[in-house]
Design a protein around this ligand. Sequence first.
Ligand code: ROI
Length: 159
Amino acid sequence: MSARAYIGLGSNLDAPVEQLRSALRALDQLDGCHLVASSALYTSDSLLPGQPRYTNAVAALDTTLAPLALLDALQAIENDQGRVRAERWGPRTLDLDILLFGDQVLDLPRLKVPHYHMHARPFVLYPLAELVPADFQLADGRAIAHLLQACPFVGLERL
Ligand code: ROI
């Protein structure tokens, strides 16, 4: 059985656009996964001061992997692309987050789905909105249209 997962991609080191393109290829090549679509790329200032600007995108991925197996696979891609986990929230070559996993709501130590911060992040919501129908609801019932209304398109540049 396959589930549609939505993956948030972010990078603010070492040629971010190339990092995201390479990550999209790697997602499509994962065993049991098929890249269905990807959003445009967006740039925005870091939520934390003193870091380079980020480039972000969202991908729709069909997968037969279980959520934690997908998480392991995403972390392997991050490591392959040179991510060093020096500090929490620090600059990174590549960040891959599971935003949504089918209709599942998960509250595990390693994985919370829907992603805990996605509702407040324009660099997640606006690319996600490119990939889902206008009446789309998150697995916990929140409507994307309401989340977008509460999260203005401020500080985002669509590439
Ligand atoms: N800011 C932006 N614009 N994009 C990100 O992906 C991002 N990721 C982070 C923090 C440092 C919170 N800021 C970000 O982890």
